[in-house]
Write a protein of this length. Structure first.
Length: 338
């Protein structure tokens, strides 16, 4: 059964359009779990499909190695072994469908024939830092939970989040890092970012501190629909009710260069253009203004201390202008300098 066929079989079964043979197969899976169709959420289906194929590829690889070593093994035994592997994985995957983590807030594992799941819930009043198998870390806010399987770091690094977590991801260009948080999927290779996705909140936020991330508003990571690229000091806010995404600068932008470099940026009667270019470099933001209108504006100032917005307040007040935020841009408005 191909991956597309597997996905379509589940969809046909749920829609009541499956064949008798497909119905029997799916219902055997449900019987193995003692579950009903309604017990499986959309995220579980996506997770099931990914783990199904990951486990199959792993088992097929092992079977091929064993066959090469056993020179006297006949071809029909190899084919029979592969078929048995498919059947075993199909049944066992229904045994790995995730259960809610326990309310004690301690690390737990659920073992079965296919994978082991690790759950971690922070029940403390302080943030909890946790190291992942690849060397990445996540700092969980109180009442937040992550879960990941033993397949983590094989070909892809996948984490499921409920609540808020700050991720510092170890770079690995061959193994993308994926964070699933309700209807948002965040994909990175190596960076640091925050995801806030409490079930009780109507909004999901992804904010980037360093590097670059791809955010998708679809639960499955293999789709490029509605993909948004975020860079440092940018964030998206997703409204779960209206299905609307707002992209903007974070509330408290932080410098993306060293503090020593920031402190060296002092200006004596410098053109406004040079000052704005320095601010863009420090915070990774875009400042838009009419260069001709403000060409005669000069200032003596520094760009360190007080934060981005405080510095902009001082500069625009000095030249009789004002600024506004337009998504990820800062727009300067005013009559210019005489």
């Amino acid at each position: 059964m191909k991956r597309k066929d597997f996905r379509e079989t589940l969809k046909r079964y749920q829609a009541g359009c499956a064949s008798e043979e497909e119905i029997q197969i799916v219902e055997k899976w449900f019987d193995a779990m003692g579950m009903q169709q309604s017990d499986i959420t959309d995220m579980d289906e996506a997770m099931l499909e990914r783990q199904y194929w990951s486990a199959i590829m792993k088992q097929v690889s092992k079977t091929r190695v064993h066959t090469l070593k056993a020179h006297r093994t006949r071809a029909y035994r190899y084919v029979t072994g592969i078929a048995a592997t498919f059947l075993l994985v199909a049944v066992s995957l229904f045994l790995i469908i995730d259960k809610k983590p326990d309310q004690q807030g301690q690390r737990t594992t659920a073992e079965n024939n296919a994978v082991t799941w690790t759950h971690l819930t922070n029940v403390d009043s302080k943030s909890l830092r946790h190291s992942l198998p690849d060397g990445s870390t996540v700092t969980l806010k109180p009442q937040s939970t992550i879960r990941y399987s033993s397949l983590f770091n094989m070909s892809v690094r996948e984490v499921y989040l409920e609540g808020e977590g700050f991720f510092e991801v170890t770079k690995d260009k061959d193994k993308p890092f994926l964070v699933y948080a309700n209807e948002i999927t965040t994909r990175v290779l190596g960076t640091s970012f925050i995801v806030r996705a409490f079930d009780s909140d109507n909004k999901i936020t992804v904010a980037v501190k360093s590097g670059k991330v791809s955010v998708m508003t679809k639960p499955e990571a293999d789709t490029n629909n509605d993909e948004i690229i975020l860079t440092p000091n940018q964030e998206i806010v997703y409204d779960k009710s209206d299905k609307v995404v707002a992209r903007r600068i974070v509330e408290k932008p932080e410098p993306i260069v060293s503090q020593e470099e920031v402190e060296r940026m002092r200006f004596e009667e410098a053109p406004l253009r040079e000052i704005f270019e320095a601010i863009e470099k420090i915070y990774g933001v875009e400042i838009e203004f009419d260069k001709d209108r403000f060409a005669s504006c000069t200032l003596t100032t520094s760009v360190s201390g007080g934060g981005l917005y405080n510095r902009l307040d001082i500069i625009t007040s000095a030249i009789g202008a004002e600024y506004e935020l337009s998504e990820t841009r800062i727009v300067i408005k005013g009559a210019g300098c005489k």
